[in-house]
Design a protein around this ligand. Sequence first.
Ligand code: MTE
Ligand code: HPA
Ligand code: MOS
Length: 761
Amino acid sequence: MFSAISHDSARKHVAGSALYVDDIPEPADLLHCYFGGSELAHAKVISMDLCAVAQYPGVIRTLTAADIPGVNEISPMHKFDEPVLADKLVQFAGQPVFAVLAESRAIARQAAQLAHIEYEALPAILDIETAMERKSYVLEPHSMQRGDPQAAIQAAPRRLQGEVFTGGQDHFYLEGQVSMAVPKEDGDILILTSSQHPSEVQHLVARSLGKPINAVTVEVRRMGGAFGGKETQAAQWAIMAAVMADLTGRPVKIRLDRDDDMRSTGKRHDFLIRYDVGFDDEGRILGIGFTHALRCGISSDLSGPIADRAMFHSDNAYYLPNVSISSYRCKTNTVSNTAFRGFGGPQGMVGIERVIDAIAQQLGKDPLDVRKANLYGVDTRNITPYKMVVKDNVLPGLIAELEASSDYRARRQEIADFNRTSPIIRKGIALTPAKFGISFTTTFLNQAAALVHVYKDGSVHLNHGGTEMGQGLMIKIAQVVADEFQIDLDRVKITATNTGKVPNTSATAASSGTDMNGMAARAAARKIKKRLLKFASKKFATPPSEIRFVDNHVQAGESEISFAELAEQAWLGRISLSATGFYRTPKIYYDPQTSSGRPFLYFAYGAAVSEVEVDCLTGESRITRVDILYDAGKSLNPAIDIGQIEGGFVQGAGWLTSEEVWWDKQGQLRTHAPSTYKIPTCGDMPEVFNVRLWDKGRNREKTIHRSKAVGEPPLMLAISVHSAISQVIAGKLGGNSLPSLNTPATPEAILNCLYSNGEEA
Ligand code: MTE
Ligand code: HPA
Ligand code: MOS
């Protein structure tokens, strides 16, 4: 426990021996499925002629909405607003309208091109502004208020209004969406898929087949990255494969091509954020109003909780005494937006960090001083806009430590000196904190379960509802179980997530995988341990309090036997060596009517100092140095946690600087391949990258060994990069207003800001 052990699959990842769905040996009679997508962004389907598709050599059959035996619907929040296959109406370019089954994947893909679909085009809403004008929403607007922001803004000595647009983001997981459906006896189906939410895939597949849930088993060994993109998005493809398998009695696989994956699966929500803020001469915020308008695409998917989380994070780390936040969940004729690392939090935080930068610029202050002036207090000034008391604020100490260790003040001075004599290459530096609420805001999702077996040779089989997407969940949970029995880690077998072993699970999401499954697995292990204790106590005539599990052995007074021997003895003694464990997150509740409660068990905290260099002739930017201090509580595995921080930060930097999701005026996604969509490469890593876990970290809540979540929050530390770039531009342009630099701050956006005052060149 607490040691830096490498990922259980690290060597297999590198050697290529880690099995993903497409690597599993294919059954002999496997068929391949592909889909055909809508050509238009919004249209009535007048007719669909699939004859040429069906007659193509090697094609077995086609599938349309009418062929789905059960319910043609995939909405995860039961809003009934998104079909598996569109019927009569298409709502975005790329929306699946039919599927085809063939002898090979190549044949299926070729045949899918041969459909003749007649459309009657309808007007399409392609951006947030138009959706706002037309009041086109997927869900009702929602707002939250505390105090009297209007009065406070009016009475404040100073006032600023502005807006910032944050762009979308494609998940760009290395492994795209993929599923294999294998028919079993009596019409049962086994699905091997790449999903963060095997139970939801199971439930939706069963419903689409018109079968009970127990007819479907879903198994996920690992994903080649997910980042939220497989929280809901795997079901549609799994359903196509399952229906085809059910209709033909043969196994069926579907694996999306990269371009189709980008066109036809959801992305991060882009947001238009407006603010109106009143503050004093120190830069302290007295009153603030935020309006969030977010692109949700054609359906609600997870947009409700995502928009909520954006509202919950529009304070980030700052006390907002008088505040209102309104949120408009816009319906557009683009692919339905979905979960992406941070789940709305990053967008909410960009809003407030932008406000702080604007205030600092207005007052001519170091933005860090304005940040500090607004930070939540430890005992006072500690109530969030949703009326939760912040009891675990570690930021004042953490920021002070990072400010010193990164040499922030001296470097800021050096940078100012450098910039005075460097007209083209300019540098910038910024420190931004992150405070991120840990728990699903949908309270019932905060439950987890696990299944542990001890075999008679003392080896352990571990299973739980969490899924592995590269984040290191499996190794952490195995560490927890090995620690409980005090046996070597390699005695614990990590196994594929399977709905037949642990039922009705939640998605592995909201950074809560270790918190929840760790507790559930420990509960299961403790049940078995208790039985073993009782057994050993009898066997050695020693009170349980004198029995110790130490180093693969069990000591009972003067006697000692190996854990394996004890397991065998217990089995002979007819003791059950298998148990389930269950966990529900305590203390949380939330009332959406009054927007108040305690939606989060605790907060995760961190801060980053980023230094950038901007070429003011080309608009190109580079991250030259990053220093991060992150509170992982008592880290279960510092190697894994640091990896998560590095990866999350770089993914956030990509979102904010280079990754641009762009649709043309017809609603066709034009950035659907790595040729036009730029994720960070190894060359974009910060040149100096100092990541440290905070050594004072300890969760004040009773989480698993007092650790803290780490999966999503580091992404938000990359806001420091955007802030540093903004400051470079502000410095170059002079004056006391912040340039309107949206995200991503691509070279083009930076040049626009520098040379046309933000207007389109
Ligand atoms: N890390 C890797 N390598 N791959 C991923 O897909 N997803 C992130 C984060 N880290 C992801 C990742 C997201 S969006 C979440 S919510 C968490 O991992 C989920 O896992 P956890 O709850 O076990 O931290
Ligand atoms: N985070 C991630 N996924 C979710 C959440 C959340 O808060 N709520 C529902 N699904
Ligand atoms: Mo993560 S966006 O909660 O899957």
